[in-house]
Design a protein around this ligand. Structure first.
Ligand code: NAD
Ligand code: ZN
Length: 366
């Protein structure tokens, strides 16, 4: 069974198709889901498949299916990891596309996690003033977060995601079977963003996640399709009203992230996965909100219990608050020098609060 979520962005609207067995079968005949995606980019004569090295076999299956449909395919293997979101890799891909005689009608397929989505998306946005592209996210984080919203880009040595463009894909195709090979920590890390959607905008979804927790630990296909589709719906609803992050609405997606970015910066990038830092960050934001009298302890306890059940860390005691505070002051989301925290007012609702002091943090978290 497949499910489709439509991301509504007027003429840039696109479908996210969620299915199983799209790239795992031995048949080269494209599944109905893949055919629907191919139709979105017709006439398709030349596909540029850009793949994370780790999921090359998925990219090859896709390439074979496209070739069986008479489409010329160029395939490029990109090393796994954040370091590939670099100017060096971008330059290599641009030149590869030139060598492969890509033109304005070529379509980029990004096969991999958020790293490949961001990198290949930006390659598509920038080559020949913009090529169409299709996302094939293979990590849970990419399925529920980075493939929705159109942010693409690379890092500079000194700043993450600082070079980039808003560039919406023509379509996203998600094969939940891909998650079978995703390392456990990466998988749970993706679930942190899923819990985030429940906390910021959907109390019923939080209840549903509690019900599905055991199945999610087993990576059950039906449970995954349900929570991935719902997460995409949540993010799409936010993005729809703030496509380019101008109205401030999109800021609610930053719940737990002010803390998380500071944790990632002080713990040293790479020690904790992003979702792990977000999980600790949501626990901290929750405690801060309790301390400020914005929400009851019980709600935050149930948030934290769900995170723990999903194998995510919630303990911040190893971090120095003053050090985190200093790191927060240089977070790029600090608007006009005013640090704002997205804090819960009840399960399923958050608001942005300014004027929090280090003292408030210490009182809440010590
Ligand atoms: N564009 C956005 O809106 C947005 C949102 C959130 C995050 N991001 C970006 O996404 C990136 C993080 O994404 P990520 O967590 O997917 O990281 P990632 O792309 O590095 O993937 C995580 C790891 O899992 C491996 N992997 C991916 N799919 C696999 C599979 N099916 N089986 C086995 N291994 C697999 C990768 O090789 C990698 O080692 C960051 O660069 C971040 O800035 C972008
Ligand atoms: Zn995040």
């Amino acid at each position: 069974m497949s499910e489709t979520v439509q991301v509504e962005l007027s003429e840039r609207s696109y479908p996210i198709v969620i299915d199983a067995g799209v790239f795992s079968g031995s048949s080269i005949a494209p599944s109905t889901s893949l055919r629907a995606v191919i139709q979105r980019v017709e006439p398709l004569k030349h596909a540029l498949v850009i793949s994370d090295h780790q999921v090359l076999s998925t990219a090859r299956t896709l390439a074979n299916a496209l070739e069986a449909n008479g489409i010329r395919v160029s395939l490029c293997d990109v090393p796994s990891g954040e370091r590939s979101k670099s100017i060096v890799e971008l330059d290599r891909l641009w030149n590869w596309m030139l060598d492969e005689k890509a033109d304005r009608k070529s379509v980029v397929f990004a096969v991999g996690g958020g790293v490949i989505g961001d990198l290949a998306g930006f390659v598509a946005a920038s080559f020949a003033r913009g090529l169409r592209f299709v996302q094939v996210p293979t990590s849970l984080l990419a399925m529920v977060d980075s493939s929705v919203g159109g942010k693409t880009g690379i890092n500079l040595e000194k700043a993450k995601n600082i070079i980039g463009a808003f560039w919406q894909p023509q379509a996203v195709i998600i094969d939940t079977d891909q998650l079978a090979t995703l390392p456990a920590r990466e998988y749970f890390s993706g679930l942190a963003e899923v819990v985030k959607y429940g906390m910021i905008m959907d109390a019923a979804f939080m209840n549903r996640l509690e019900v599905l927790a055991d199945k999610l630990l087993d990576r059950d296909a039906d449970a995954l399709r349900e929570i991935i589709a719902h997460s995409c719906r949540c993010k799409a609803a936010v993005v729809k009203d703030d496509e380019r992050e101008t109205t401030g609405l999109r800021a609610i997606l930053n719940y737990g992230h002010t803390f998380a970015h500071a944790i990632e910066a002080t713990a040293g990038y790479g020690k904790l996965l992003h979702g792990e830092a977000v999980s600790i960050g949501m626990a901290m934001a929750g405690q801060l909100a309790v301390s400020l009298g914005m929400i009851d302890q019980q709600s935050i306890t149930s948030q934290n219990n769900l995170l723990s059940e999903l194998q995510l860390p919630i303990d911040h005691s190893q971090f120095d608050l003053a050090e985190l505070w200093t790191a927060m002051q240089s977070d790029k989301k600090v608007e006009l020098g005013r640090l704002g925290f997205i804090l819960p007012t009840r399960i399923g609702e958050v608001k942005r609060v300014e004027g929090i002091s280090l003292n408030d943090l210490s009182t809440a978290l010590r």
